[in-house]
Design a protein around this ligand. Structure first.
Ligand code: SF4
Ligand code: SF4
Length: 390
């Protein structure tokens, strides 16, 4: 957001080409009519998109684009694309900008490679899958002391792997979180500081901190989109995923045990509940993408599909472990658990740390920072929150 101060900006003619390495960004037909912005239910007095974001790209305003929070405020409903008289697909452009920003935020540079190149994306998933498989084999050979020829016949059950598995699970779950949080300072520097921006008092960050929690928990802006059913599926999917990850992080031994519990035991119904929520959410996404009727499902990229598929496979392999354990097939259950770990590890380490799904952290963070900016502007006497002129 500009304060109206006079400062010079440099145009970068390579910006558009850079953006297009992350996906579609069709500006050829756009004549800046603004219909997309008018149609967007999420535009307010102080935030203005997608026209402004398209304009930044057309003018080569790299710093302005990298410092924009608006692409995260867009919830991808696709209304702007339905109304665009030039079929410029502004909601796809916003999606591409979010991939560009995800790469800009990542100091490791891996997000950029994963989001620009399918070969890199698949290669990294394959590498982590291979390393995980190798770790499982080595663990049994050296830690358990099981000769390789006994692998296919020895019924070990699940509990032999504790406490090693507890540490492994915590590392794999917490590493994406640590990586994502390590980017917060960079995001803050890009979006909240710099020439022409309102100085933000620290108190504004403290007072508005609740906004981060509120948006992380409710995803309430998605409810502003005309299709409410999408919000419900999205919210239930997030709830089920967080519930399952929390159980795995804090209560793995209690959850992934060889003990057989009655149906009413919380170990069982909590697991069933998390699975039901995940299946409902993932089912809606996959069916929607296969039907491709709604605007936001009309175009499906590799990165839109890979996480739902990996999450579904993780959930199905987890259920298979449960079923075979209760059916008394200890060896099959053991192999299935290895498969479960082999699928879940790259999903967490690649998709959540470097892929599109890092938006789970970035989107509420952008909403929080936007609230902080608005508070800072309100605190200046006689100043009102206004959108940038671009
Ligand atoms: S993207 Fe379409 S609706 Fe938006 S300003 Fe350009 S032409 Fe108009
Ligand atoms: S996709 Fe929806 S939320 Fe995003 S800019 Fe278009 S109309 Fe607004």
């Amino acid at each position: 957001m500009s304060d109206g101060a006079i400062f010079t900006v440099q145009s970068d003619p390579t910006l558009l080409a850079d953006l297009r390495r992350y996906g579609k960004f069709d500006t050829s037909g756009c004549y800046q009519c603004g219909s997309c912005t008018i149609s967007c239910d999420l535009v307010t007095d102080s935030v203005n998109f997608p026209r402004k974001i398209i304009r930044y790209a057309l003018l080569g305003l790299r710093e302005s684009l990298a410092g924009s929070l608006e692409p995260w405020l867009c919830h991808d409903c696709g209304d702007c694309s339905s109304i665009c008289p030039r079929q410029a697909e502004p909601h796809i452009s916003m999606m591409t900008v979010r991939s560009f920003l995800t790469a800009e935020y990542d100091w490791t540079g891996i997000s950029g490679k994963v989001l620009r190149s399918r070969a890199w994306h698949i290669g990294l998933l394959g590498l982590i899958t291979g390393v995980t498989l190798a770790l499982i084999v080595l663990y049994h050979l050296w830690y358990v002391g099981l000769p390789f020829s006994y692998f296919a016949t020895t019924q070990l059950g699940l509990e032999h792997m504790f406490p090693m598995m507890t540490y492994y699970t915590r590392i794999v779950l917490l590493l994406p979180l640590v990586l994502l949080l390590s980017r917060v300072y960079r995001i803050q520097r890009l979006t909240m500081r710099g020439k022409g921006r309102t100085p933000i008092p620290f108190s504004a960050y403290v007072v508005e901190a609740w906004e981060y929690v509120r948006h992380s928990v409710t995803h309430e802006l998605m409810r502003e989109c005309p299709d409410r059913s999408r919000w419900l599926g999205h919210w239930l999917l997030a709830l089920g995923t967080v519930l399952m990850l929390t159980i795995k992080l804090f209560a793995l031994r209690w959850f992934q045990t060889d003990a057989i519990h009655p149906f009413y035991h919380p170990q069982r119904w909590l697991g069933y509940l998390a699975m039901a929520l995940i299946f409902y959410g993932i089912g809606g996404i996959l069916v929607g993408r296969i039907r491709a009727q709604k605007e936001f499902y009309k175009q499906t990229r590799f990165e839109d599909l890979i996480f739902p598929i990996l999450l579904l496979s993780t959930a199905l392999s987890g259920i298979a472990v449960h079923v075979f354990r209760y059916a008394g097939f200890a060896l099959t259950c053991h192999f299935l658990y290895a498969l479960h770990v082999v699928i879940a590890t790259p999903m967490l380490l690649v998709e959540m740390s470097f892929g599109k799904w890092s938006h789970m952290i970035y989107r509420p963070l952008a909403l929080y920072f936007e609230a902080v900016k608005e508070r800072a502007v309100r605190q200046i006497p006689g100043k009102e929150a206004v959108p940038d002129a671009a």
